[in-house]
Design a protein around this ligand. Sequence first.
Ligand SMILES: Nc1ncnc2c1ncn2[C@@H]1O[C@H](COP(=O)(O)OP(=O)(O)O)[C@@H](O)[C@H]1O
Ligand SMILES: [Mg+2]
Length: 405
Amino acid sequence: MDDAVLSALKRAVDAAPGDLELKLHYARALAESAGRHDEAIATVSEVVAGAPSRADARALLLELLNASPSAASPPEPSPSERPIEYDWSAAEAEVRGVVQPRFEERRAETGGDAFVAERPGVRLDDVGGMTEVKRRLDAAFLAPMRNPRLRDLYGKSLRGGLLLYGPPGCGKTYIARALAGELGAGFLSASITDILDPYVGVSEHNVHELFQIARRDAPCVLFFDEVDTLGQKRSSLRGSATLRNVVNQLLTEMDGVDGSNEGVFVLAASNQPWEVDPALRRPGRLDRMVLVAPPDTDARAAIFRHHLSQRPVEGIDLNRLAKATGGFSGADIAYVCELAAEHALMDSIANGEARMIAMPDLDHALTEVQPSTGPWLDAARTIVTFGDEGAYPDLKAFLKKSKRL
Ligand SMILES: Nc1ncnc2c1ncn2[C@@H]1O[C@H](COP(=O)(O)OP(=O)(O)O)[C@@H](O)[C@H]1O
Ligand SMILES: [Mg+2]
């Protein structure tokens, strides 16, 4: 079947997500097309999840799982033989000032702009739980955006941006994308390693170019991910001229002398806001901070649902999983789901017959994963206790509520 027909089918499926017959038809078509095996599994898994008793869907799923193309290729090295892959680039950039010119590479790849704004399909409704974060985002960002009269009234004070902070893996990037979706705006995301360039002046130029793309594609959310290194207190930059210049360029662009930043919303995320250059947090810049705390029970259920929805599962008790995972980050939960899938797969191979991922697999995975947010929360407690008085009111409230303070 050619790609055009498959695309047409896909559009029909998206238009009628409840039509399981059509979805199953699409899954069969995918299964017959070269290289689309994984998509076929994901699609038929959705059908099985929607109608667990459908024998034809289950049969197709098991058939696909058994005929997994990877089964035909040479066996994967066992985990202990597999070389461990680290992303050293960020650490390297910091320690030795050696950086990869990623911007250049990307420009060569696309033959045009290094970055392209995407139009995210996710909305804030897709972010599970986290009502407090949503409320803050609404007050600080969305309500004034939606209300043009308010915007006129407050004019300039709406310039500047928002800094999302919290432990790693808890949804900062995810929420930033959802916020762009909510605004119907483009989403342009770059991290420190994307921007830095070993040649003098190029990093600053990259920052300028990002703002230019965002201005051209406005309305657009320009998201600076992992700014703790980028925005580091200039005093602690250990003489890194490049980083200092990047911060200065960022300030210049955000100040947008001629009002050219209309429709450009700057968001940033940081695991360690206390490391961020105070100059970046002055009025008109990243002047509002929103805590993205570890996911609450509802959010954890939503995250489990999200990560299991594309896999062949049965008999999943989301409530029980959510209750058993206090202190887990979104990324921890993703890992639990991955381990559970691996466990079911190993079992299937051992027994010579594919089976669904079920609660025992998840329970087994839970014994192997520890919640990762503890150390961050301990560090945060130190900051709140000994740092600037009143600098992190919502963090303080969260720590009190979770009895860590
Ligand atoms: N509230 C949530 N609802 C649904 N998924 C979430 C939520 N929070 C986190 N996730 C999942 O956890 C993963 C890690 O989140 P991410 O935004 O990358 O964390 P951070 O940027 O804070 O390090 C995301 O890919 C997302 O799938
Ligand atoms: Mg992130």
